[in-house]
Design a protein around this ligand. Sequence first.
Ligand code: TRH
Length: 393
Amino acid sequence: MSTTHHRQQAGHEPHSQLACDIFCAVVDNFGDVGVCWRLARQLRREHGWRVRLLVDDLKVFHALCPEIDVALARQEAAGVVVEHWRDPAHAGDTLQIADVVIEAFACEIPHAYIAAMARRARKPVWINLEYLSGEDWVADFHMRPSPHPRYPLDKSFFFPGLGAGTGGVIKERDLDQARQRFDASAWWRERVGIEKPAPDRTVVSLFAYENPAVDTLLAQWRDGDAPVTLLVPEGRISGALARFFGLTGFAAGASARAGALEAHALGFVEQPRFDELLWAADINFVRGEDSFVRAQWAQKPFVWHIYPQSDDAHLPKLDAALDHYTQQLCADARGAAHRFWHAWNGVGTVDWADFWAHRREFEARARQWAAELAQVGDLASNLVAHATERMAK
Ligand code: TRH
């Protein structure tokens, strides 16, 4: 690829020094800051933007990025300025208004900041970054502007999605290369402290919320014919593992065995290293939003524990993702995927043998799906293209 092509693709020109503020309120868990941090790094690194990330919970951020000092009001990490967004009215140490302002997941940006945006001679591009959904309506609403009721400002709604006409999902430019270069043997020794398992063992990674289906699934792995190696990052599901194995806890470094099942607990790693877990496994159980996306780029079969919402509002989202992901599969494999994903999300009973009988089809489909998803374009590039276009008007 020529340098010129490369630079244009990276979006360095003509707005290489655009300033961007991202506001992130942590609702719970890691996904809110997880998505914002990933986007911030990519806008900085691949598009040359000057990015400031305002986050209201530095403790959660610290888990994803250990170099974050929770005591600092302002610091820099990976070339991104990070500010502790201390309370809803706080708008940064000095009221600087960026060229592009992103409010993540409808968090409310400070009133003083909005008023200053309206006073700015050149109005910033104001984007509300929505949660990811694979539903069809997303493409119709993506990038729809909505005028502010009081100020001469438009806010656009940027919808990540899995289909054409949506904002796509985050994918770094060098992700596929990094995956191809991954040294699995070294990873097993370093992270799990054992040799890479022989190919006859199925390696499963399990990142999930508390889940009533987990006991049945663990029992099926324990009692199954094929050996299973389970990798469990410490977290909300760890208690269930401890109970299953009759232990007091299942913290990083712990291992346990029962029948055909062998399980290892892993410590939480900095976000750029999370992908390695997905690359090391044969099948990944993921959750929320960011790990769900990463599992798709890992090109391995996966099962999604969707973030549960009241009134089962998450179930249509689950089905929409399943429809994208399982289209092209034969009816049997598609049915097995639907049954298993539903059961993992509280509808029905998990049946590992029924699901995993289609392993090879799922593997082939995972590779094909990653190629399809890449057609939508990556979220950061789509966002940069939108902002650049808006600014040219
Ligand atoms: O943590 P999540 O459940 O996050 C969320 C939140 O619940 C949020 O409120 C909700 O709106 C959103 O989901 C949909 O799951 P998610 O999105 O997968 O985020 C987990 C992040 O943690 C992801 O960026 C990967 C990262 N991670 C690490 O960096 N290291 C680790 O060791 C592990 C296990 C995860």
